[in-house]
Design a protein around this ligand. Structure first.
Ligand SMILES: NC(=O)c1ccc[n+]([C@@H]2O[C@H](COP(=O)([O-])OP(=O)(O)OC[C@H]3O[C@@H](n4cnc5c(N)ncnc54)[C@H](OP(=O)(O)O)[C@@H]3O)[C@@H](O)[C@H]2O)c1
Length: 243
């Protein structure tokens, strides 16, 4: 008899799943048996993701060309996922990337709009659309970087964006009062397809995915901010989560 995979029958949504870190999260949820919905603004990036995960896992990958940068777009996306798949169990937003190069007083309004306003709005839009539609045993795990906690010189916009996300997660936690599981992963530098080499202590995108699946699987993980700067952090967390 075939062994059942731990997330078989469950639906995970990964906004940002076409990205460098998102790819590892998508692969991990597919490997754990979930159907994984990845919305993207770009059909081409969805095709690249399909190739990267390979034909076997791609059978459960549901890519959809859809934006979620406004409240109405994200709501439409959430409604269409429920209509097509019947449920949403886990949402892991890995939206937006890195930017640096200027002190805060040198940044242009365009840079502020692109790296703070647009990415932060997308995260809020996704949270407000999906959290109320999450299965009661489900989870919402947002992903951000170390610069959310430490001011990073010449990357102030990204630091401020990350800090806003961490506060959003805390606000969701107090407002939900335990009704749904919301957590965040605060990552150090990640080895990924765009940066295939780095310090041996850094996590890979696939290891970020492993941590995100461990959080999704463990019902006792709620309202936590989990730091994953190094492989030692990852191993400690996987041990704690019983993964
Ligand atoms: N890479 C690292 O080393 C690292 C380290 C620490 C933390 N992180 C965190 O991991 C998350 C993802 O980073 P990444 O390196 O994977 O980024 P990335 O490769 O640039 O991917 C960004 C993803 O976000 C989506 N997105 C949606 N709206 C966006 C917008 N307005 N602007 C930019 N992207 C948008 C993109 O989707 P489309 O398909 O629609 O383009 C894409 O899938 C971020 O929260 C970042 O802070 C990354």
């Amino acid at each position: 008899m075939r062994n059942t995979l731990p997330l078989e029958g469950q639906v995970a949504v990964v906004p940002g799943g076409t990205g460098n870190v998102g790819e590892g999260i998508v692969r991990a949820f597919l490997t754990a048996g979930a159907t994984v919905v990845v919305p993207s603004r770009s059909q081409k990036r969805l095709e690249t993701l399909t190739e990267l995960v390979g034909p076997d896992l791609a059978k459960r990958l549901s890519g959809t060309t859809a934006a979620y940068g406004t409240f109405s777009e994200a709501t439409e996306l959430a409604e269409s996922v429920i209509a097509e798949h019947g449920r949403v169990d886990h949402v892991v937003p890995a939206i937006g990337g890195w930017w640096m190069g200027k002190a805060l007083w040198q940044t242009s309004e365009g840079e502020w709009e692109k790296y703070f306003v647009e990415t932060t709005t997308s995260h809020v839009a996704v949270a407000r659309a999906f959290v109320p539609r999450l299965h009661e045993a489900g989870s919402f795990t947002l992903v951000t970087g170390f610069s959310a906690r430490e001011p990073y010189p010449r990357a102030g916009i990204v630091s401020m964006h990350g800090a806003a996300l961490l506060m959003m997660r805390q606000v969701l936690s107090v407002e939900l009062g335990g009704q749904r599981r919301v957590n965040d992963l605060v990552l150090g530098p990640i080895i990924n397809r765009s940066r295939p080499a780095g310090s041996p202590s850094w996590l890979t995108a696939d290891q970020v995915g492993e941590a995100a699946v461990a959080v999704a699987l463990n019902p006792s993980v709620r309202d936590e901010s989990i730091s994953l700067n190094t492989i030692d952090d990852l191993n400690r967390e996987l041990d704690r989560l019983g993964a």
